[in-house]
Design a protein around this ligand. Structure first.
Ligand SMILES: [Zn+2]
Ligand SMILES: [Zn+2]
Length: 504
């Protein structure tokens, strides 16, 4: 009687422990499913694009929810064999971690995680053992020794050999991989397969504050076969290349104003366009008055490097006349707030005044091509000229700062004694538009899709997006996209479609 009571207590305890581990897996699984970015951060994993988020929700969520399901099933049915499933997964995870500690390098947190997982595995094993004994000589479940025979041993050896062979062949695999990556990067023209029309790609959707998913201001506009850039903030030239948009093909750059987060990579772009495309003419850099100073400065800064490259690669490869940029300044007629700066091959580009005071001049650009239209606001508060230009646009690319979030930055800065940061966070509130302002403009102008860019503050995890959006959806019923680097919008000529894709 006493022995039976003891057994019953052991069984209850084992079921409780299996259930508790199931609960831990359930929380992790539901977390990955609903808050993928936040839970991934806990595992030092960061999705590169929406595809990464999809993988985190699906793969991580699925793994933990699956393990949780079988823990609960074992606990509920008292059948030890169900616990084999999470045990096998835990064992494989532990083996993977040990391989990583050996190959990638040792780190203290990694060791602690392995210890925790080994602990969970031991607890599950003990629980399974207790449940098996209670069932009496394993009749209820799988007999482990039964599956160990000659065939399974051969299979185990083969399975072990595959990763060993792959690890030993890493050098060969690397050389093959670099070959195919280089062919992919240099050989194909990503724009070649795109339909005639306007395509808008975000090569920089961030602000001056570092954001792991967004470099500073840069919007690529492809009209027909021509590639134009609106602004070229720090880091955006590399982003352009990662998106497989060839800097050697950039036909012209349009600057909205001369804040550093809009011009920082102009020198890099001019250099890459020249050397990558063997250009014989300097890059056209359009902008309002002041663009001459900016272009002259970058030309001067890069003048020594230009000489080195001509000496090294020869004038055939890098024609001296094509280095640097050529400022193409424009102005507005008295009483006018818009000016057409390009009208050729069915493309019209209009510059218009915006309000980014005290920064003057500051402009936005409207692209019209074969019945499709894109308006890029530049940095601005809500202003009548922007509303006028955005009228009927297919895509309104609008800068956005969320005031409620930036006020928090200001308060945090104040609290921790970073008074300069706090002052700047307070100052910028009055010369940017909020998502709500952007939504109101899009709604009044009848724009068909609103794309928010120049995202401020940074949104390092996607769970911040609803808070960033604020009340914007109340004011605009059309689709609103919060910009991320690599996003591409295609507006084919001759129809009304707006298609969204990723270039990263
Ligand atoms: Zn600005
Ligand atoms: Zn800016």
């Amino acid at each position: 009687m006493k022995v039976s009571a003891q057994n019953s207590l052991r069984v209850t305890l084992s079921r409780l422990l299996a259930g508790l581990i199931g609960l831990i897996f359930l929380i992790l699984g539901l977390g990955f499913l609903t808050l993928p970015d936040i839970f991934a951060m806990g595992f030092s994993v960061q999705p590169m694009t929406i595809q990464g988020l999809n993988a985190i929700r699906g793969n991580f969520g699925g793994l933990f929810l699956g393990m949780s399901f079988f823990c609960f099933l074992g606990a509920a049915t008292k059948r030890w064999s169900w616990l084999i499933v999470p045990m096998v997964f835990l064992l494989i995870i532990i083996i993977g971690r040990l391989i990583s500690l050996g190959l990638d390098g040792f780190f203290a947190t990694g060791t602690r995680i392995v210890i925790l997982e080994v602990f969970l595995l031991i607890v599950l094993s003990v629980s399974a053992r207790v449940l098996a004994l209670k069932a009496g000589t394993n009749e209820n479940g799988l007999k482990v020794l039964e599956i160990i025979n000659f065939k399974t041993l051969i299979a185990a050896v083969i399975i072990t050999c595959i990763p060993v062979l792959l690890i030993l062949s890493q050098k060969k695999i690397g050389m093959g991989l670099i070959n195919s990556l280089a062919t992919q990067a240099m050989g194909s023209d990503i724009m070649a397969g795109w339909p005639d029309g306007v395509h808008v790609a975000l090569c920089g959707s961030g602000s001056p504050i570092a954001d792991p998913r967004r470099t500073s201001a840069c919007t690529a506009v492809i009209a027909g076969k021509n590639l134009y850039l609106v602004d070229i903030g720090p880091g955006s030239e590399r982003k352009l290349e990662l998106m497989r948009l060839n800097p050697g093909k950039v036909k012209a750059v349009f600057l909205t104003h001369f804040h550093s987060d809009h011009i920082g990579d102009l020198g890099e772009l001019m250099l890459k366009r020249w050397s990558g495309g063997s250009k014989k003419n300097p890059l056209d850099v359009f902008g309002p008055t002041g663009v001459e100073t900016v272009v002259k400065g970058f030309n001067q800064v890069y003048s020594l490097d230009t000489q080195y490259r001509i000496l090294h690669h020869g004038p055939e490869t890098v024609p001296p006349a094509g280095a640097g940029g050529l400022a193409r300044s424009f102005d507005f007629r008295e009483g006018k707030d818009e000016v057409v700066i390009i009208a050729e091959e069915g493309l019209k580009i209009t510059a218009f005044k915006v309000d980014h005071a005290p920064v003057k001049p500051a402009v936005g650009y409207r692209f019209d091509y074969k019945g499709r239209s894109v308006v890029i606001s530049g940095d601005t508060v809500s202003t009548p000229s922007l509303f006028k230009q955005a009228r009927g646009a297919d895509l309104l690319v609008m800068e956005a700062l969320q005031p409620a979030m930036v006020r928090i930055l200001r308060e945090v800065g104040e609290k921790i004694g970073r008074t300069n940061i706090s002052k700047i966070a307070g100052d910028i509130l009055n010369y940017h538009a909020s998502p709500e302002d952007a939504a109101k403009i899009a709604a009044r102008a009848g724009a068909r899709h609103l794309l928010l860019t120049h995202i401020l503050p940074p949104l390092p995890v996607s769970e911040l997006k609803p808070a960033f959006m604020g009340e914007a959806k109340k004011y605009y019923k059309g689709p609103i996209t919060i910009g991320e680097d690599g996003l591409l919008f295609s507006l084919p000529a001759g129809n009304k479609k707006i298609m969204k894709k990723w270039l990263l």
